[in-house]
Ligand binder design. Structure first.
Ligand code: ATP
Ligand code: MG
Length: 270
């Protein structure tokens, strides 16, 4: 990782509101080539929303997201088509199609975006499944896989187009500690071996400190702090300390609403 190197993603003053509520409140951030950047923060603080702006599936109310020389906050659908070929996304649920085999799921982006011979597609699928430790599983259906295997198939699909950047939303949610370690190691291997830039949203503090080159902590739609794992671990910020130690009491509240509770109870509408 080289933070003095080139920024592959530049986010400038990103703002997003939902129904009058500000979800992203002016986020500015550079992501550097070859680094693993972990995005952490309490539930509902805007992590997935932030990620969806980075992949262009949401448009901001204001601000810019530069990737591969284009501001994807206002890129045309045609330009987005080209940009989508250069990054992969591992969705929170794995998002496999249940009616397709493992092989068909992994091959999907190739069949959508690349005009390759069927024999080449099959070879690429085998190579990607080998990378995630699932060689020979092409013909199984997703329903025949464990949660950890589904995540790994999702990862094989995310890298099938040889992306420069991979985005992960909670890649280890719901996995046991061993499978979490396996997925973390895969993320690290892919980042190092294939020189991929990784942007990982996770709650899992073990994963965070295992995989991150840099960590960015979000709270109420803003960046609280950004730094190396050591800098974050030693941060004096109570928000960060509460997050690391998992204390229920502290500046991070599990209550999501800003309404006054008494007012809320006594008004007619829900
Ligand atoms: N499509 C939407 N319409 C309205 N509000 C939304 C929408 N998507 C997200 N929100 C709101 O935006 C806030 C941030 O949601 P987001 O999913 O980004 O949180 P998160 O940090 O990923 O949380 P978690 O850790 O629980 O996945 C939440 O308050 C949520 O209710
Ligand atoms: Mg989320």
């Amino acid at each position: 990782m080289n933070t003095a190197g080139e920024a592959v993603i530049r986010v400038k003053d990103l703002v997003k509101n939902y129904g009058g509520r500000r979800i992203l409140d002016g986020i500015s951030l550079d992501i550097y080539e070859g680094e693993t950047l972990v995005v952490m923060g309490g539930s509902g603080c805007g992590k997935s929303t932030f990620l969806r702006h980075l992949i262009g599936s949401l448009r901001p109310d204001s601000g810019e997201v530069w990737m591969f020389g284009k501001n994807i906050a206002e890129a045309s659908e045609e330009a987005m088509e080209g940009i989508r070929k250069k990054f992969g996304m591992l969705f929170q649920s794995g998002a496999l199609f249940d009616s397709m085999t493992v092989g068909e799921n992994v091959a999907l982006p190739l069949r959508e975006h690349a005009k390759l011979d069927e024999s080449i597609v099959r070879i690429i699928v085998k190579m990607k499944l080998e990378l995630v430790g699932l060689r020979g599983f092409e013909n199984l259906m997703p329903s025949q896989l464990s949660g950890g295997m589904k995540k790994r198939v999702g990862l094989a699909r995310a890298i099938v187009m040889d992306p420069k950047i991979v985005f992960y939303d909670e890649p280890t949610a719901g996995l046991d500690p061993v499978m979490t370690g396996v997925v973390d190691k895969l993320t690290m291997d892919l980042t190092k071996k294939l020189q991929i830039t990784s942007v990982v949203v996770t709650h899992d503090m073990n994963s965070v400190f295992r995989i991150a080159d840099r960590i960015v902590m979000l709270h109420q739609g803003r960046i609280v702090e950004i730094g190396t794992p050591a800098q974050i671990r030693n941060s004096k910020n109570p928000l960060i300390q509460q997050f690391i130690t998992g204390e229920a009491e502290g500046p991070i509240s599990f209550v999501q609403t800003s309404d006054n509770y008494l007012d809320h109870l006594t008004t007619e509408t829900a």
